[in-house]
Write a protein of this length. Sequence first.
Length: 170
Amino acid sequence: MTVGTLEGRAWLFGDHVDTDVIIPVRYCTTSNREELGPHAMSGLDPEFASKIAPGDFIVAGHNFGCGSSRENAPLALQGAGVGAVVAISFGRIFYRNAINVGLPFFESPEAVSCCGPGDLLQVRMEEGLLRNVTRGLALALAKYPPQVAEIIEAGGLEAYVRRRLTGRGS
């Protein structure tokens, strides 16, 4: 997975989007992205997964991914085709799980107020920059610490460890 520049449309959600609406518990009988994906965000929008395009962004408010510790939430987003999540803040466990599965995520206090539904967004990871192409705006994003960047670049913790153990990409 190469994650230098990400591009997609914005899907806006509010504050305190918990893991139970990201992927309702009745679908958490698997950790398979492809099986979880069609149910992503169905607690808020049952048709979300059928409407997004691969690479689209979720843009949300405070505490995105709060709630239970299930890793199924970021896996479901990946399975639906979500390219990245941009939020004011993240639930602590979702934050770690996103790293573990290789889902790009970015904290931005301004993104929600600077994005509208369907706006075309670009994230340039090396520059720490979020561009709202539709509105002609640019926002600074905090860059990942080097090891987190490597884990996300590898596609998640398991792929990162496999790469390190085999000596490829280290």
